[in-house]
Design a protein around this ligand. Structure first.
Ligand SMILES: [Zn+2]
Ligand SMILES: [Zn+2]
Length: 432
């Protein structure tokens, strides 16, 4: 296993834990990769060198030392920029000599008013509630750590860990650009001050997501006890403590299961549900526009074809996000599931990469729904210019949600279950 050691130099950041950590640096101990179950010996390496699993390339530790306190500062400033965007407009249009504007919540409320409650709720949660919760979870984790309040600390970190995959403000920002391009045909579009808040909230959130390590917070709460290769057999997916066989983590008390329960069945169920909705999402109309008394209807594809006439980059974005991504996600996950069920031991490394890619691209398919929400908030002027979502919008929302649930419910360790051997060609995966 020489060369497979991982970096735990990142543990040394805090003076309070430094003594115990220094002791552990000298003793070799083992831990388990959360994504492939490979047992790895720890090996102190240089500062700023990230540690990746030699088998599946999962980033185990970041080598750079970040101060936890800076995360709190980032979360507070993120909130400071984000909260005003719930009330201050980020875009306005001038139509029939009147200005209309939209803030972060206008789209969702316009959908509620039109009777699209479920769609409105989905947009409201993804664009407003989840970003707010993400910043708040970091603040609560710090509060829990400071006051040594276990429940607040634990659930704040659980919330952060879940929500970071559902961060969609970047998709929302792209949707504003797409909506603005589309609306330029009918009106004068002007960006408003709220857009600055959204951009800053996005930059801060991405910095925060890249810096935050749930494991480090738990190290601060209670430094890990270390075990030999023979002793460890369970890994906590929440606080990342590798420990002797157990069904409940000895540090954070989260339940530990060998594999996610009914992972294959649940993933298939979500994929089948997504596939069922894929057809109406693409065949029915997704948007209906009334302009000067004439009704124009568009499916996703006909919308893309119309955009090809002069707005090729926007057409490509919509085509990739709304047509290519959902189909690629369903096919990709189905392929991984079939390989798992056939117990294929070939090319697990690339299947793992495919899984992580599919998980990452999933959120971008919600783009068109954000465009619809922004457009409906701005363009709802009855006979002169009116916009409303078509029946495909709900089906499309179902595809987006089901494919995201499918990726969440698949346990990546199943991909590696047919092998116990490290993939030697990936041994040298410790990159700066
Ligand atoms: Zn691994
Ligand atoms: Zn734990």
């Amino acid at each position: 296993m020489n060369g497979n050691g991982i970096n735990h130099s990142t543990m040394q950041e805090h003076a309070t834990a430094s003594q115990s950590v220094a002791k552990l640096d000298r003793a070799q101990y083992y831990l388990i990769c959360p994504n492939c179950d490979l047992k790895l010996p720890s090996k102190p390496v240089k500062h700023r060198i990230n540690a990746h699993c030699p088998q599946c390339d999962t980033l185990l530790y970041r080598g750079k030392h970040f101060l936890l306190h800076t995360n709190l500062m980032l979360a507070l400033s993120g909130l400071l920029f984000f909260i005003p965007t719930l009330f201050i407009p980020f875009i306005s249009i001038r139509l029939i000599n009147v200005n209309f504007s939209s803030n972060l919540t206008s789209g969702a409320f316009a959908l509620f008013n039109e009777g699209y409650t479920t769609l409105g709720l989905l947009i409201f949660i993804c664009s407003s509630v989840l970003p707010l919760l993400l910043f708040l979870s970091v603040i609560c984790a710090h509060w829990g750590l400071k006051h040594h309040h276990f429940t607040v600390f634990k659930y704040a970190l659980v919330t952060f860990q879940k929500l970071k995959h559902w961060w969609m403000l970047d998709v929302f920002l792209l949707s504003i650009a797409v909506a603005a391009f589309k609306l330029r045909e009918y009106s004068i579009v002007t960006p408003q001050i709220g857009l600055i808040g959204l951009i800053f909230a996005q930059i801060i959130a991405i910095t925060l997501i890249l810096r935050m390590s749930v494991r480090r917070y738990w190290q601060r709460w209670h430094p890990a006890e270390h075990y030999s290769e023979e002793q460890i057999s369970s890994h906590c997916q929440h606080c990342h403590l590798s420990q002797p066989h157990t069904t409940q983590c000895r540090r954070c008390h989260s339940p530990i299961s060998f594999r996610k329960k009914h992972s294959i069945q649940k993933t298939w169920a979500y994929l089948i549900a997504a596939s069922v909705f894929l057809l109406p999402a693409n065949v029915l109309n997704i948007s209906i526009i009334f302009s000067n008394g004439i009704r124009y209807e568009d499916t996703i594809f006909s919308g893309v074809v119309t955009l090809m006439n002069g707005h090729i980059p926007i057409a490509i974005i919509i085509f990739v996000a709304s047509i290519l991504v959902p189909i690629a996600k369903i096919i990709g996950l189905a392929y991984i599931l079939i390989c798992i069920q056939l117990k294929s031991s070939v090319d697990q490394y690339h299947r793992m990469k495919l899984f992580l890619f599919v998980k990452w691209i999933g959120k971008w398919s919600i783009l068109d729904l954000f465009v619809i929400a922004t457009t409906i908030a701005l363009v709802d002027r009855d006979q002169i210019l009116d916009f409303s979502p078509g029946p495909a919008a709900m089906a499309f929302a179902a595809v987006v949600v089901f494919t995201m649930f499918a990726a969440e419910s698949l346990d990546p360790r199943l991909i590696w279950d047919t092998t116990n051997q490290p993939n030697n060609k990936n041994e040298a995966s410790y990159e700066e």
